[in-house]
Design a protein around this ligand. Structure first.
Ligand code: NAD
Ligand code: IPM
Ligand code: MN
Length: 361
């Protein structure tokens, strides 16, 4: 099968982890006889430096024509003082919005060899396998007005949602629960926010359409606590944009590192932007220390969700598991034993593991 993939490496460790994921995709193509072509475009700080804007038009145009998009990360101290419309993060928010990628799927599943890599007790982490379905193109991130007022004496951000925006993400979450363990936890702050009260209403209406799914409501503060005390309780969590952002970094602790968490930002027709949950990690950028597995697992999500290549995605995931079983890891994983390697070496180990597998069996 022929597929055209747009790479958006971005800033900091973004280019390192994107290169690693591209290598694994090339190995996949060789193993299964596919033809993947790649085209690289600017986004974020790199786009500001090269083209004077965090989201150049040619980047958007290329993404619209792509079969799949793989992003590294954006942002960094170099651009932190720019006005908000010129920040690297605006590039990422802009591409999500312009492509209508409203559903951000963030699976949190610990690899067995890393059970003891989490700072949480092994018996707490054991059995956890959850999916955060985060609304991605509404809420506080996009609401207007957002401005300083009164000569800087006041500021306003707006949390706005339409009912239709809530309905489509809640539908997506119910459908995700149906192909998992039929348990949906809707997370909100309905004891304070009007938007959360409407969110609850929509969940209550929608549950009639999914009688096989057990659904419940949970306040976000309590959910944050339960995520680290009883994570195995959860199957699918659905929540609005900002709550989902915060809870997913928290949930990454279960897997041993933020560098392990992949995500898919998708819309109904199958187009997707695949992005690790982590950021540009300026503290380790350029040192080949970054864990490439979040990006590699994001590439696997692209194969599964956008290309319907399930066997290919599984080969990548099982190669990652095998490499971790062999105790290879990057420095972010706090393991007392094993072999600490660079990010590029870890990615190479994954490709080697894949190549040793006979896909013609
Ligand atoms: P971060 O996720 O970049 O880093 C948080 C911590 O996790 C750091 O200690 C970092 O070294 C570590 N870390 C992250 N990814 C890692 C990996 N793959 N391997 C090993 N260690 C890893 O968050 P931050 O420091 O708060 O933000 C830095 C910049 O990244 C900011 O400009 C922020 O806006 C941006 N950011 C971008 C994205 C994105 O592009 N998707 C996501 C989050 C943050
Ligand atoms: C993420 C990031 C982004 C977000 C930032 C960089 C805008 O934190 O993808 O989780 O908040 O969505
Ligand atoms: Mn985040």
């Amino acid at each position: 099968m022929k597929k055209h993939i747009v790479l958006l490496p971005g800033d900091g460790i973004g280019p390192e982890v994107t290169k690693a994921a591209k290598g694994v995709l090339e190995t996949t193509a060789e193993q299964f006889g596919h033809s993947f072509t790649f085209e690289t475009h600017d986004i974020g700080g790199a786009a500001i430096d090269n083209q004077g804007t965090p989201l150049p038009e040619d980047t958007v145009a290329a993404c619209k024509k792509a079969d799949g998009i793989l992003l590294g990360a954006v942002g960094g101290p170099k651009w932190d003082q720019l006005p908000s419309h010129m920040r690297p993060e605006k590039g990422l928010l802009g591409i999500r919005k312009q492509l209508g990628l409203f559903a951000n799927l963030r699976p949190v599943k610990g690899f067995k060899p890393l059970l003891h890599a989490s700072p949480l007790k092994e018996e707490v982490v054991a059995g956890s396998d959850l999916l955060i379905v985060r609304e991605l193109t509404g809420g506080l991130y996009f609401g207007e007005p957002r401005e300083r007022r009164n000569n800087g004496a006041e500021v306003v951000d707006t949390l706005a949602y339409t009912r239709a925006e809530m309905e489509r993400i809640i539908d997506k979450a119910f459908q995700s629960a149906q192909v998992r363990r039929n348990h949906l936890t809707s997370v909100d702050k309905a004891n304070v926010l009007e938007s959360s009260r409407m969110w609850r209403e929509v969940v209550e209406e929608k549950k009639q359409d999914y009688p096989d799914v057990h659904v419940e409501h949970m306040l976000v503060d309590a959910a944050a606590m339960k995520l680290v005390t009883n994570p195995a309780y959860f199957d699918v969590i659905v929540t609005e944009n900002m709550f989902g952002d915060i809870l997913s970094d928290e949930a990454s602790v279960l897997t041993g590192s933020l560098g392990m968490l992949p995500s898919a930002s998708i819309r109904q027709d199958g187009l997707g932007l695949y992005e690790p949950v982590h950021g540009s990690a300026p503290d380790i950028a350029g040192q080949d220390k970054a864990n490439p597995l979040a990006a590699i697992l994001s590439a696997a999500m692209m194969l599964r969700h956008s290309f319907q290549m399930n066997n290919e995605a599984e080969l990548i995931e099982s190669a990652v598991n095998k490499v971790l079983e062999e105790k290879y890891h990057t420095a972010d994983l706090k393991l007392t034993d094993g072999v600490k390697v660079s990010g590029s070496t870890l990615a190479k180990k994954v490709s080697e593991q894949m190549s040793s597998h006979d896909t013609t069996e």
